[in-house]
Write a protein that binds this ligand. Structure first.
Ligand code: GLC
Length: 422
C-alpha cells in the first residue's frame, strides 16, 4: 500500500503507554516477564488502576498545542490487559480494575474533535493469555522466570492452543478496528513468533477489510508500511517512510522515580534531526494511573509546541532536507523544492556556510522573526558551486532551542555532490 499522505505530513505524534504498570510505577509488562516483580504483585496493580482523573479532551488539547498531528495509545501491551471492554478474554480494565469503563473510545473521540489522527498500539504477544503458552521454554538464565513460554520451536507447539490464541487476537483486533476505526495500528511484540505463525497476511487482510486506509507499522512484518527505529535517531535514515519512537525520560510508561527527562532543547533537536532525515517523531509520555500527565512532561510538550508554532513552515508539508555534509545541522525543504530550512543548534560565530548549492539564492531570512540576512557566494569553478555564506542572525533573532533560516531559491534545489576536477 502507498503510504497515507497524512502520515508523512504529520511529522510529530505522541505515544502513550498507559496501563496498570503505572500504579506501582514498574516497567510495562517486562517487569514480571524478566522477574523484577513477582507476577502476582504485578497483577495486584489491577486493584489500583482508577483512571479517576482521565480527561482525554485535555490530552487531545495538549497534544494539539504541542503540534502533534496524531497519537498512539497502548490498547493492550504484552501484559494482556485491554483498555477497552473486550468480548475476547477476561482481562480488561472494565471488568478487572476500579476504572470500570472503556478508556479507548473517549480517547479516539477526543483526538478526532481536535483534528488529530487516532493510533492504537496492540501487542501481538500476550504473556498472560493461557493459550499463548504453547511451548515451555527452559533454562535461559535470568530470563522468563515467570512466563517460560516466550518462544515456540518447530514441532513443539500445541496447535489447538495456538489457534485459540490467534482467534482471540483476531477477535480483539477486529473490535479495535470496528469500534474505534483507528487511522494507524501500531503493532509490537512480533519477535516471539514468525510471520507465518502470526498469520500476518490474514491479520492484515482482516484489518484492511474494515479499514482500507489504516497505516500499519513495521512490526506487522511483511505487511508494515513504515520502519520504526526506537530510542535513537538513525545516522543513516531507513529507506522509505519511518518514525522514531522515543521516550521523554527513560521509560515508556509512568515510573515515579524516573526524572531523567530530556530537555525541551534536546527534544527539539531530536525532532529537527528526525524530520530533517524524512521521519516522524513519536514522543512517548507516561500518564499516571489516574490519567494525569506529570508536569515535567506537560511542560516539554508545551515547549515543543511553541517551537513548532514559530517554525511550522519548516516542519509541516516539508520533506527531508540536504544530505549530511552540505550544512552543519539538519534541514528540511519545501515540497516544491524552492525553499530550504536550515536548522542552527549553536550560536554562529561567523557566517553560516552551505556547500554544493547550485541553485542561486534569492533571499535568506530568520523563520519566525522575519529578519532578512545578507548572503554571498565565494569560490567555485565551472560545475563546482562556491560556498554560500549567510550572515549570522542578530542575537535578538536567535531561538532559545534552535534557529531556522529560510533560504529561498531561484528555482528548484539542485545539489552538486561531485568531487570536482580529477
Ligand atoms: C519495546 C518494548 C515495549 C515498548 C516498545 C515501544 O518493544 O518491548 O515495552 O512498548 O518498545 O516501541
Amino acid at each position: 500500500m502507498a503510504m497515507q499522505p497524512w502520515f508523512s505530513e504529520a511529522k510529530f505524534g505522541i505515544f502513550l503507554h498507559w496501563g496498570i504498570y503505572a500504579v506501582d510505577g514498574v516497567q510495562e509488562s517486562w517487569s514480571f516477564f524478566e522477574g523484577d516483580v513477582p507476577h502476582d504483585r504485578y497483577m495486584a496493580q489491577l486493584g489500583g488502576f482508577t483512571a479517576a482523573r482521565y480527561q482525554p479532551r485535555e490530552w487531545a488539547a495538549l497534544f494539539a498545542r504541542a503540534g502533534a498531528r496524531y497519537a498512539v495509545l497502548t490498547s493492550r501491551h504484552h501484559d494482556g490487559v485491554a483498555l477497552w471492554d473486550t468480548a475476547h478474554g477476561d482481562l480488561d480494565v472494565v471488568r478487572r480494575t476500579p476504572a470500570g469503563r472503556d478508556l479507548v473510545g473517549p480517547y479516539a473521540d477526543a483526538l478526532r474533535e481536535h483534528g488529530l489522527r487516532v493510533g492504537l498500539y496492540y501487542s501481538h504477544s500476550d504473556w498472560n493469555h493461557p493459550d499463548y503458552a504453547s511451548l515451555r521454554h527452559e533454562g535461559r538464565p535470568g530470563w522468563a522466570r515467570f512466563n517460560p513460554y516466550a518462544e515456540a520451536h518447530e514441532g513443539q507447539e500445541d496447535p489447538a492452543a495456538w489457534d485459540r490464541y490467534l482467534a482471540y487476537r483476531d477477535g480483539q483486533v477486529g473490535e479495535l478496528a470496528r469500534r474505534f476505526r483507528p487511522d494507524l495500528l501500531w503493532f509490537d511484540g512480533e519477535w516471539e513468533r514468525t510471520e507465518e505463525q502470526w498469520r500476518i497476511r490474514e491479520l492484515a487482510g482482516l484489518i484492511r477489510a474494515e479499514l482500507p486506509e489504516c497505516v500499519l507499522n513495521a512490526r506487522m512484518l511483511g505487511e508494515g508500511d513504515y520502519a520504526t527505529p526506537e530510542q535513537g535517531v538513525p545516522i543513516d535514515a531507513p529507506d522509505g517512510p519511518w518514525e522514531l519512537c522515543l521516550t521523554v525520560n527513560d521509560s515508556w510508561g509512568h515510573r515515579h522515580h524516573d526524572d531523567n527527562h530530556k530537555s525541551t532543547t534536546q527534544l527539539v533537536r531530536y525532532l529537527a534531526e528526525t524530520i530533517g532525515a524524512g521521519g516522524n517523531l513519536l514522543l512517548a509520555v507516561g500518564p499516571r494511573e489516574d490519567g494525569t500527565l506529570p508536569a515535567e512532561q506537560v511542560e516539554r510538550l508545551e515547549g515543543i509546541g511553541a517551537w513548532i508554532a514559530a517554525h511550522s513552515e519548516a516542519v509541516y508539508g516539508t520533506v527531508a532536507g540536504l544530505p549530511p555534509g552540505h550544512h552543519y545541522g539538519p534541514s528540511t525543504r519545501s515540497a516544491d523544492a524552492r525553499t530550504l530550512y536550515l536548522t542552527l543548534f549553536d550560536i554562529p560565530r561567523g557566517p553560516v556556510g552551505v556547500r554544493g548549492l547550485r541553485t542561486p539564492v534569492r533571499r535568506v531570512s530568520v523563520l519566525g522573526t522575519g529578519a532578512e540576512l545578507g548572503h554571498r557566494v565565494t569560490g567555485g569553478l565551472h560545475e563546482v558551486p562556491g560556498v554560500l555564506w549567510i550572515d549570522p542572525p542578530p542575537a535578538a533573532d536567535l531561538d532559545a532551542h534552535a534557529t531556522v533560516l529560510a533560504v529561498e531559491l531561484d528555482g528548484e534545489l539542485d545539489l552538486y555532490r561531485g568531487a570536482g576536477r580529477s
